[in-house]
Design a protein around this ligand. Structure first.
Ligand SMILES: [Zn+2]
Length: 82
């Protein structure tokens, strides 16, 4: 009994560490708020969290570069307003 409780605690600790690392990672990427995900096919740019982004056809550029390519901001995820 005690042994299985211990294992559960270890597992829980590992999950908590994973979540903290994930949060720390997204906190880091939020610092690069000039970066957007550009989809050249549709001439639009998105935040990296946008569900419309298909990574196969997307590339990460700055907003300035996206605008230079005549891309429009996505109305769904509103890139550049964070
Ligand atoms: Zn979008």
């Amino acid at each position: 009994m005690i042994n299985s409780l211990c294992r559960k605690t270890v597992l829980l600790t590992q999950i908590v560490i994973c979540v903290i690392l994930l949060l720390a990672g997204s906190g880091c990427s939020a610092n690069h708020k000039d970066e957007v995900v550009v989809i050249l096919k549709t001439k639009s740019y998105h935040t990296d969290e946008c569900p419309r982004v298909n990574m196969a056809n997307a590339q990460v550029l700055t907003i300035a570069e996206a605008k230079a390519l005549d891309c429009k901001p996505c109305p769904g995820c509103k890139p550049g307003t964070r």
